[in-house]
Design a protein around this ligand. Structure first.
Ligand code: FAD
Length: 664
């Protein structure tokens, strides 16, 4: 077509503008063709092409499963979500077997597809590791291409490797004998050993072994249920089961809610000391904070089932005083984004009154100023409370708790930003009227769109902003309710977790996983046709509780007088209960809730060292002490005026009497 256009156009002497239009349309059609290719660089698989296929497969250290597809084939298009889901599911197996795709409809790949004898689409080919001769692979021609079947085929194919061909970083998948396992019982060791005991045809054990391949601190083995002695000694009544040998020599059945692959794998990844293997350069730095090196910050014990106010406030501090402060002035779209952001946090931040008051004052100030351009220093003056308005305070220290990382460069601010936005979407769902009269009411996407614009405009990590924008463009407009907004953010965050698992920014002590993990919410997880699935209704309720105000712990928050570190006190469970009394269940800026805050102060909780609730007038806040002083001054003035009145009256009477006497 292109030849036809260029050739005949000049012969027919078409006007130049028409040629330009035709070329433009041609280019658009080409762009579209490329955009419809089914896989992109963001997918957790390798996109192969004519110039990389042979080189990749030749003497590869891992086995490969490659889908040769054609981007015009309808079935390939329909199948692509399954292939992507499979790639995500087995992402951690890539030191044993990798997943690839090659588009045979791409002109550049015509010859290579011919050479590999690809006649139908999609064609699935397995390639062995360490193959040094030209190999067109082993075709899987079965009709069942469901995710679970393909995953199990991958396991079986791996097991077909001889000892010499075996991928060197892949653990053995063969079952251990009962003698081996029993000999380990009660022995001290350097790491955990988990044994999955299962039926002979079960894949759970092998899948868990592969899932944990990239983790250190634990070795996973499997044993068969036909080993009756083993079952008897370990007290196993149902298969599959998992048995855990601890480094101390203690051992027992693994206590998981459901005996499924995902539950076993998640449990093991979260054991203390078990962490994702890091690239050498990252590991060489060591866990500075935990090991107490020169840059050490005291490690704060925390409870993973809670959200920490210290994280939310530290995040706000960083955002307002560091990230935004790099902008000298705010105007136009930036100013609008900032105003909307302040509106959303002022109305929905589930925090202490002193912080909410600061945000509300900032909002009132922004709304009352008709300026089109605001120097950021003026905003900073307000955030730093230069006017000394009482009862308004945001700590200027970073105090990461649930967001603390094992090294200073890990976690921290981005973690707090996610936490903040999850808390805001949950608050919006719990208090649908909170944004009334702000211009953002009745928009279920208000919080998400504000987050999207904040991340796009101000978030220091530009790459993150770009990725987030892509996700938002894809599906944010489908969010039609406040409940969907909560779930949308959760889904997208998990998508990011999946992409970043194993990256250098992944803290080995807090590996990125699909969240909430089964230990936090067992009911959120189910299995359907061998594939892990979420029960989204349960997830929604979990998120509402987890990010709800009642679950935000004030432990380690800083008061105006200085740090209030974690108080020694009751055990975790008791502490949890106490924590719940510390935090109001609804927005403390709501006057109806102010009594609960006062109660907390009187209860001597320690972190709520705030002025008692007062009155806002002309944008200035007055605490109860201010108000009491006013009343006192008012009363004193009244008494003074009355005394003066009587004093002068008496004097004038006396004067009159004195001057009238001679006439009497
Ligand atoms: C909008 C945004 C986009 C980002 N994009 C990138 C990127 O493209 N590349 C990059 O390298 N880094 C990116 N980051 C940073 C990255 O996502 C992490 O925040 C950072 O690596 C710190 O990770 P973390 O281990 O503290 O956990 P985080 O992912 O920051 O999570 C914080 C906490 O949220 C909870 N949580 C985890 N998952 C969920 C979920 N699905 N739903 C609800 N709560 C959850 C957990 O308690 C967790 O500890 C982005 C951050 C943000 C805020």
């Amino acid at each position: 077509m292109a030849t036809c256009v260029s050739g005949s156009c000049s012969a027919l002497r078409l006007p130049a503008w028409l040629v330009a239009v035709i070329s433009f349309l041609g280019a658009c059609i080409l762009c579209r063709a490329q955009a419809t290719r089914l896989y992109s660089a963001g997918d957790p698989l390798t996109i192969l092409a004519s110039d990389s296929l042979k080189e990749t497969l030749h003497n590869s250290s891992t086995a490969w499963l490659v889908e040769f597809y054609s981007s015009w084939c309808g079935h390939c298009i329909q199948y692509s979500p399954t292939w992507k889901a499979l790639a995500g599911d087995v992402k951690d197996w890539d030191q044993g077997i990798k997943l690839g795709v090659l588009d045979c409809a791409f002109e550049k790949n015509f010859d290579i597809c011919k050479e590999f004898g690809i006649h139908f689409y999609p064609t699935f080919r397995f390639f062995k590791a360490h193959s040094t001769t030209f190999d067109v692979g082993k075709t899987y021609g079965g009709a069942d291409r469901e995710l679970q079947t393909m995953r199990q085929l991958m396991v079986s194919f791996l097991q077909n490797h001889s000892r010499e061909e075996w991928p060197s970083k892949c653990p053995q998948l063969e079952p251990s004998g009962s003698a081996d396992v029993l000999a380990q019982l009660g022995q001290k060791a350097e790491e955990y050993t988990a044994i999955i005991i299962e039926e002979e045809d079960s894949y759970v054990g092998r899948e868990v072994i592969l899932d944990l391949m990239k983790y250190e601190g634990v070795t996973v083995k499997r044993a068969l249920g036909s080993e009756k002695l083993l079952l008897e000694k370990l007290g196993i009544a149902a298969l599959p089961s998992a048995y855990l040998l601890e480094p101390s020599g203690k051992h027992g059945l693994m206590n998981v809610e459901k005996r499924l692959r995902f539950f076993f794998s998640s449990y093991l990844k979260l054991l203390p000391g078990v962490r994702r293997k890091q690239a050498l350069s990252a590991r060489a730095l060591g866990p500075a904070r935990m090991s107490g090196s020169a840059v050490a910050v005291v490690w704060k014990d925390f409870d993973k089932s809670k959200v920490y106010m210290a994280d939310l406030e530290s995040g706000l501090h960083y955002l307002l005083r560091v990230e935004l402060a790099s902008h000298q002035t705010l105007e136009g779209e930036e100013l609008k984004t900032f105003k909307d952001f302040v509106t959303v946090v002022a109305k929905l931040f589930p925090g202490r009154q002193s912080v909410v008051k600061l945000l509300e004052t900032l909002l009132e100030w922004l709304v009352s100023l008709p300026l089109e351009r605001i120097p950021y220093d003026a905003i900073l003056d307000l955030v730093n409370n230069k006017m000394r308005i009482s009862g308004m305070f945001l700590s200027d220290q970073l105090q990461w708790v649930g967001c603390q990382g094992s090294r200073p460069e890990l976690r921290g601010y981005p973690c707090s930003l996610w936490t903040l936005f999850h808390a805001l979407t949950v608050q919006a769902a719990q208090r649908p009227d909170a944004l009334a009269n702000t211009g953002l009411e009745e928009d279920p996407q208000a919080v998400l769109q504000t987050m999207r614009r904040y991340v796009h405009t101000f978030f220091g990590c530009q790459e993150c902003g770009r990725h987030f924008e892509e996700m938002a463009k894809e599906s944010l407009d489908q969010v039609k309710s406040l409940q969907e907004a909560v779930l949308w953010l959760w889904r997208k965050h998990n998508q990011v977790n999946n992409r970043l698992a194993g990256a250098l920014s992944d803290d080995p002590h807090f590996p990125k996983t699909q969240w909430p993990t089964p230990n936090l919410c067992p009911a959120c997880h189910e299995e359907k046709d061998g594939l892990h699935v979420w029960n989204e209704e349960k997830v929604f309720h979990f998120l509402m509780d987890y990010y709800g105000a009642a679950n935000i712990s004030p432990k380690y928050t800083l008061s105006q007088e200085g740090p209030a570190p974690g108080r020694d006190g009751p055990s975790y469970k008791d502490k949890g209960q106490q924590d719940q009394q510390d935090i109001p269940t609804t927005n403390p800026s709501d006057p109806s809730n102010q009594r609960s805050l006062v109660g907390q102060e009187q209860g001597g909780i320690g972190v709520y060292k705030e002025a008692k609730p007062g009155v806002t007038f002309l944008g200035l806040g007055f605490s109860n002490i201010d108000m009491s002083l006013c009343v006192l001054l008012y009363a004193a003035s009244c008494v003074f005026i009355m005394v003066m009145f009587f004093f002068f009256r008496m004097r004038s009477r006396r004067w009159k009497i004195k001057h009238n006497r001679p006439y009497v």
